[in-house]
Design a protein around this ligand. Structure first.
Ligand SMILES: Cc1cc2nc3c(=O)[nH]c(=O)nc-3n(C[C@H](O)[C@H](O)[C@H](O)COP(=O)(O)OP(=O)(O)OC[C@H]3O[C@@H](n4cnc5c(N)ncnc54)[C@H](O)[C@@H]3O)c2cc1C
Length: 223
């Protein structure tokens, strides 16, 4: 059951869910849950079965599940989050996924608003490890408190898709000479551009760059 809904950044809503069994779920920072965002008991929703589920990173799971959902505009996930109120029931599966912290000399996080939701708990879990990063958001009000040596860049009105601005910000980063482990998430095409930069321009091994596409224009529910 939803116990709290609050705005935590410009367009980012924190949603806390508590209930029997929720607190006992096993979880690794960086994992995600799949949430039922449209009602399968409503016949009209069966016209768009791909809209039943949307995926959200776990921000915290400490007796309750906390998600952070970006109000990007229109879509079943965005509408679900906007419409939630305390007392609503939420159906979701257990946390899963391989986009989790790895061993490395240092850790590099690159992404946008939605990626920052996965990065927050990953960075918290890394403790004293060396963390670098760039997160591109629309404006200063969209920053989340994720810790680490993360640089925030602002795209203003530009699209988050195929974001040359984010690649440029990564290019400008002063990183140690040897490769670390990179975690690149968010819009699918931007992720490819960032990975190409790390592999081709900085000479990082491909396996040192973990990628996780969260969304891309024209597609729905990437996972
Ligand atoms: C592993 C994983 C973890 C994720 N974690 C989070 C999370 O923690 N928080 C979160 O908010 N989202 C997260 N997402 C994205 C989320 O699953 C949905 O894709 C997103 O909420 C959009 O769903 P929707 O139903 O509103 O729109 P959809 O119907 O899925 O998309 C419609 C259109 O909206 C546009 N769109 C979708 N997302 C964005 C965006 N972020 N910015 C700009 N335009 C967009 C695109 O043009 C898309 O084609 C994650 C996705 C994955 C795969």
């Amino acid at each position: 059951m939803v116990t709290e809904v609050r705005m935590v950044a410009g367009r980012m809503r924190a949603i806390r869910v508590e209930g029997e069994g929720v607190g006992g779920l096993a979880w690794v920072a960086g994992q995600q849950v799949r949430v039922l965002v449209t009602d399968p008991l409503e016949i009209r929703n069966w016209r768009r079965p791909r809209d039943f589920l949307r995926t959200y990173s776990v921000w915290d799971l400490d007796g309750g599940l906390e998600l952070r959902v970006l109000d990007h505009g229109d879509g079943p996930g965005a509408r679900w989050a906007r419409g939630l109120a305390v007392g609503d029931e939420v159906t979701f599966n257990k946390p899963e996924g391989q986009f989790v912290a790895q061993e490395g000399a240092y850790h590099l996080f690159v992404g946008e608003e939605t990626a920052a939701v996965a990065f927050g708990p990953m960075i918290r879990g890394l403790g004293e490890a060396s963390v670098h990063g760039v997160v591109e958001v629309a404006g200063a009000e969209d920053r989340l408190e994720i810790g680490g040596e993360v640089r925030w860049v602002f795209r203003g009105e530009r699209s988050a898709a195929e974001s040359g601005g984010l690649v440029e910000a990564v290019r400008e980063l002063q990183l140690p000479a040897e490769a670390g482990v990179a975690y690149v998430a968010g819009e699918a095409k931007t992720i490819q551009m960032v990975r190409d930069h790390l592999v081709r321009e900085r000479g990082w091994p491909r396996r040192a760059v973990l990628t996780k596409p969260f969304w891309t224009p024209g597609k729905v529910g990437l996972e």
